[in-house]
Ligand binder design. Sequence first.
Ligand code: LLP
Length: 463
Amino acid sequence: MSRSAHPAGPRHADVLPEGHYSAPPADLNTLDEKVWSRTVSRSAEGIATVGGIEVTRLAEEFGTPAYFMDEADFRARCKAWRDAFGTDADVFYAGKAFLSRAIVKWLYEEGLNLDVCSGGELATALSAGMPAERIAFHGNNKSEEEIERAVSVGVGRIVLDSFQEIVRVAHIADRLGKRQPVQIRVTVGVEAHTHEFIATAHEDQKFGIALAGGQAAEAVRRALKLDGLELIGIHSHIGSQIFDMAGFEVSARRVVQLLAEVRDEHGVELPEIDLGGGLGIAYTSDDDPREPHEIAKALGEIVTRECESAGLSTPRISVEPGRAIVGPTAFTLYRVGTVKPLEGLRTYVSVDGGMSDNIRTALYDAEYSVALVSRTSDAEPMLVRVVGKHCESGDIVVKDAFLPSDLAPGDLIAVPATGAYCRSMASNYNHALRPPVVAVNDGAARVIVRRETEEDLLRLDVG
Ligand code: LLP
């Protein structure tokens, strides 16, 4: 995930320290459209705006830190994915990236389906009116209660992750007098080029049933025998924040191979394959993500080709993008509290949030960009590390970036591309109050997840 250090001219220090940064950008005031959501730009006064509203006004009204989500961008991305895959394929938004009732409504309106992986996500989806048949239920250790609820409400599919779960879901469906549509999640043995903790298709990890050694074929054998299950297809998810399509191609090829084996052994052509999510987004100007239509084309071609050569009719394809839809649509707005230059190293910029609203840098060594957004500046760039207010030195939001050297307490800075896996992985570490998510659209802003309060924290503390 890291870029190599790039030689840069002497700036803040005589010699720049080791780090994962490129040379300072030519103009620190430019908001690169690669990493900022669609409606972000600067006003005539130099203040960044989203949906036509200045961030200074947003900070005044909603406080900081806060996530601001560009609704028009979210809807446009949903539409791009839906249009790219067309009517012969299904797009399931992966709710783990970020889920709220407003999101569920937008997904519904834009014609997407939803992947949930817990009872909580299922409850959110149902409470916002997502029809159960448009929901896929995931997870490597779903509880009996979760399965029972999913089967009773009639979710469109449950993705089975183990031999025990095949039996568990079948029994529950029997008991409820239902026949539950299911897919079997397989591990295809692909090493996706991403961080170890977010790669999921190599064999030594907890998800899925291995194709290797005939495990997946055995899972199919067992599922086909059980009356409570309607086996509709095979599922594979190879990891997350992936740019290289090669892993998806191998995955598609191996899944189609399994479909051919199933046809040969059982005389059954399973009608669907799901190739999971995992498409990468731009966190910095150096990242070059694929567009949905390129992804749809590449996946469609490989599945069609493999099926033709195996003499199978092409199954219905589904995909589960989470990050690629919501990631680029939001930024986190922080207020600078302190600016601490460390001679010969870098300048530490402390903001009013931190690892409680974005754990990704600490957890995956993730890279982010940052910009001064409450004004422009012509000051020299300085190498900074943006850190939070938590009690540990690993509390880093942006490891290496450049900000203008006249940055001062009270300035607003924003970190783009924080729509995915930031609010959804936020914590109350140090009893931090989790920030709100504010949807901005066409000159209007509204809270879709409110800021936590001390009362919220104390309500759970019943000792
Ligand atoms: N489908 C399945 C079965 C998944 O497990 C995931 C993500 C997705 C779809 C969506 O993947 P996406 O398109 O969002 O990459 N917390 C990590 C990412 C964990 C992803 C887990 N599964 C991060 O912050 O990078």
